[in-house]
Design a protein around this ligand. Structure first.
Ligand code: NAI
Length: 332
């Protein structure tokens, strides 16, 4: 029996977490849960966004299922997500976007996995005023961080029987920083002769993704492009409610939906728990509980195909609770 840490988060976080935990239990996942409330509400009541006991739990279990946390824009706190990724060196953010035949989009055959470097680039958050009208932000690209994410992308391609890895960059303008990332890509690709390797400039990639996304397979890129491009891939498959992710490091693993706390629908009972549920499936696979993950994925496919209990973000009229019950009813 594995013990995992669960962060409940803000906005729709508690609603979708409860639904996902109920499904995991009903599916017979061999898990024990240490559940913590984190985020704004926790801060207002107890003075810390993440209680010490929640950090301690993650440091013990090494596996975290995390729901979204509200990040105030501009002044205020540094993003808790960025903090978690740095503190636990969760350097590989893996975001699989796959079309589902039951969710109608103009693109029925998307199957793209984004490998986003998760610890540096502009997200190191080093911004400073140099005069009253000018701000400078540091973009950090290192050989170590670039090499390990690029290598992970190729290793994944080999293990999963994928054909191609695309490096996404802006090295035509950022000749030193993205230039280093691209140089390392070109070095590493030589070790993987069975995988087609190509590189493309990020603006061209965005255009090609909305014209002909089928051409992309595995993509690897620095932090900022990965954040933006992977949200774009979620739009191709039906929206943020369907995009899961893992954040992996050498010692720790964190699984979360790509979307945020969706304050516009919080408390209305209509949040789509699929992205967090598929993140939980990635977690089960990471924990070698692959049959349980497959069982949940099959049930989700049926519920999406039936369409009776799907939530409004993907065109349905259902509720979080109804969706959860339908998934549980189809577990077999
Ligand atoms: P968001 O992802 O929360 O919402 C964007 C739109 O997608 C909204 O219309 C929302 O209703 C919809 N949406 C998102 N997830 C959904 C779901 N599961 N079911 C149905 N509809 C869903 O992005 P937004 O509004 O920019 O950010 C809100 C807050 O979340 C901000 O404070 C932001 O910093 C934070 N955030 C946190 C993340 C995390 O904890 N991993 C990731 C992204 C944003």
């Amino acid at each position: 029996m594995a013990t995992i840490t669960v962060f409940k988060g803000d906005g729709i976080g508690p609603e979708i977490t409860d639904a996902v935990l109920d499904i995991l239990k009903a599916a017979g996942a061999d898990l024990e849960f240490e559940v913590f409330r984190v985020g704004n509400q926790e801060y207002l009541e107890n003075g810390a966004l993440i209680p010490d006991a929640a950090f301690a739990s993650f440091e013990k279990t090494k596996v975290l299922l995390k729901s979204p946390i509200t990040t105030p824009i501009g002044k205020g706190f540094r993003s808790l997500n960025v903090t978690m990724r740095e503190k636990y060196d969760l350097y590989a953010n893996i975001r699989p976007a796959k079309s589902n035949s039951a969710v109608k989009t103009p693109f029925p055959d998307v199957d793209i996995v984004t490998f986003r470097e998760n610890t540096e680039d502009l997200y190191v958050g080093k911004e400073r005023w140099v005069d009253e009208n000018t701000v400078i932000a540091d973009k950090i690209i290192t050989r170590r961080a670039s090499e390990r994410i690029i290598r992970d992308a190729f290793e994944y391609a080999v293990k999963q029987g994928r054909k191609k890895v695309t490096c996404v960059h802006k090295a035509n303008i950022l000749k030193m920083s993205d230039g280093l990332f691209l140089d390392i890509f070109n070095q590493v690709k030589a070790e993987y002769p069975t995988i087609t390797a190509e590189d493309k400039i990020v603006d061209a990639v965005c255009m090609q993704l909305v014209m002909k996304p089928q051409q992309f397979d595995v993509m690897v890129m620095p932090n900022l492009y990965g954040d933006i491009v992977s949200d774009l891939t979620s739009g191709l498959i039906g929206g943020l409610g369907l995009l899961p992710s893992s954040n992996l490091g050498k010692d720790y693993a964190m699984f979360e939906a790509v979307h945020g706390s969706a304050p516009d629908i919080a408390g209305k009972g209509i949040a789509n728990p699929t992205a967090l549920l598929w993140s939980a499936c990635m977690m089960l696979e990471h924990l070698q509980q692959k049959e349980t993950a497959a069982k949940i994925r099959r049930a989700v496919d049926v519920v999406l195909a039936e369409g009776r209990e799907t939530t409004p973000d993907i065109g349905g009229t259902g509720t979080t609770e109804g969706y959860k019950n339908a998934v549980i009813a189809h577990l077999n």
